[in-house]
Ligand binder design. Sequence first.
Ligand code: FE2
Length: 322
Amino acid sequence: MICLGIESTAHTLGIGVVEGNKVLSNIRALYKTPKGEGIIPRKAADHHSENFERLVAEAVEKAGIRVKDVGLIAYSKGPGLGACLKVGVVAAKNLALNLNVPIVGVNHCIAHIEISKLATGFSDPLVLYVSGGNTQVIVKHDKRYHVVGETLDIGIGNLIDVFARNLGLEWAHGSVVEQLAREGKYVELPYSVKGMDLTFTGLLTHAIKKLQTTRKEDVCYSLQETAFSMCVEATERALALTRKKQVVACGGVAQNTRLQKMLQLMAEPHGAKFGVAPGEFNADNGAMIAYTGLLMQQHGMAEKQSEVKAIQKFRTDEVELW
Ligand code: FE2
């Protein structure tokens, strides 16, 4: 069966076409915020609405199929920004009705995990999920992904994005912070792990203040080292408890090569393998929604039209799987 997946939780509109476990196409359009500003949900939603038709046409063409070959529509049900999610929900509902095919709502976080399992070949990993809105340590048990540790305030991606905007750069993004960090030296910043939970706002405040007196490269390096060490410590504690033999990082921040290296070094002494999916699957994308939609459909989890709706605060551990 061929599934078309729609991702629209935040600044990315992604359309992916997947058949079985083969990604046929995976394209996206990014809403870019004006310099110095965070995401404006209403404008991001307009962007997704304006680009939807074009992206679907491109994704279908690139996949080498016709729209009528699509047998399932999957959409991001949440978590995410209400205005952005709603564009995806309405578009998905219309497509499914027009094509007369089933529809399935996918938890965005679970989609990151499932596509990472496909890409790494891991069957039962301990997961560090690091993105703009989320930072969670996750383990699957009894048909459910359980969150065993998480941020108590902001997501790590949010920490890095807000800090990057304070650097006054034209393109304020985690990849720029990663680049600058390569030239930096360590300066002390606050470190806050509580059991397997984390907090980032104190670190953010101090890092922004430090920019007044310290080279930006040094603050970038120290911010990354501190925030990533916190995530790795929480993950290691969970690994020691669960004794899993596979560790996966997923979500936008998982593209950071320094974080990948640190997780690799942590996993080895525990006899665990570390793996990460290619960047296109850690950035928000439609293929992960399509792939997870297919898995859910196989397990009888398609929705009735009346159940098709967005859930803004949709937690990873709310979904009973298989
Ligand atoms: Fe994401």
